[in-house]
Design a protein around this ligand. Structure first.
Ligand code: SF4
Ligand code: SF4
Length: 149
């Protein structure tokens, strides 16, 4: 069964509960939008298929796991930032210590989704997403990106 992680930024209050719940430092970032006061952007991996970051990494540090999560292997990563350059969601981060960070989907049960009481992070079946397609242009975009439309 294919699931999608989806972000509804309009529901985000900037509480940072998702950031605190994430077991990966910089696995998710919540960033204030400079123009829209009180609005936030949530930068988190959508686990694309095919994934531009996996394709661009010359070192084999990014791969797709059995549950469809795009995983970063720190031991192979050279912090070249090629993945950051191609990620359409701004979801691979360079930490201050020079290492790279991204979401690993918490083995298919993302803690950030469970922590968000506002419902700004959603992880659900593709079938439900297809039903939502007419309502949410961003869902259409994500499904197309994952080759699921
Ligand atoms: S890091 Fe970016 S490009 Fe790679 S799978 Fe996640 S969203 Fe897609
Ligand atoms: S899915 Fe898991 S690893 Fe990814 S940001 Fe959410 S809590 Fe962190």
């Amino acid at each position: 069964m294919e699931y999608l992680l989806h972000v509804l930024t309009e529901k985000c209050t900037g509480c940072m509960d998702c950031v605190e719940a994430c077991p990966i430092e910089d696995g998710i970032r919540v960033i204030p939008l400079p123009i829209l006061q009180g609005r936030w952007d949530i930068a988190i991996c959508r686990h694309c298929n095919p994934a531009p970051c996996v394709e661009v990494c010359e070192f084999g540090a990014l791969s797709v796991s059995g549950n469809g999560a795009v995983i970063l292997n720190q031991s192979l990563c050279t912090s070249c930032k090629a993945c950051t350059a191609v990620c359409p969601f701004g979801a691979v981060f360079l930490r201050p210590d020079g290492t790279m960070a991204k979401c690993d989907l918490c083995s298919g049960s993302p803690r950030c989704v469970a922590a968000c009481e506002e419902g700004a992070l959603v992880y659900e079946r593709v079938e439900r997403k297809r039903a939502l397609m007419k309502e949410k242009p961003s869902v259409v975009e994500l499904l197309e990106f994952k080759g699921l439309r």
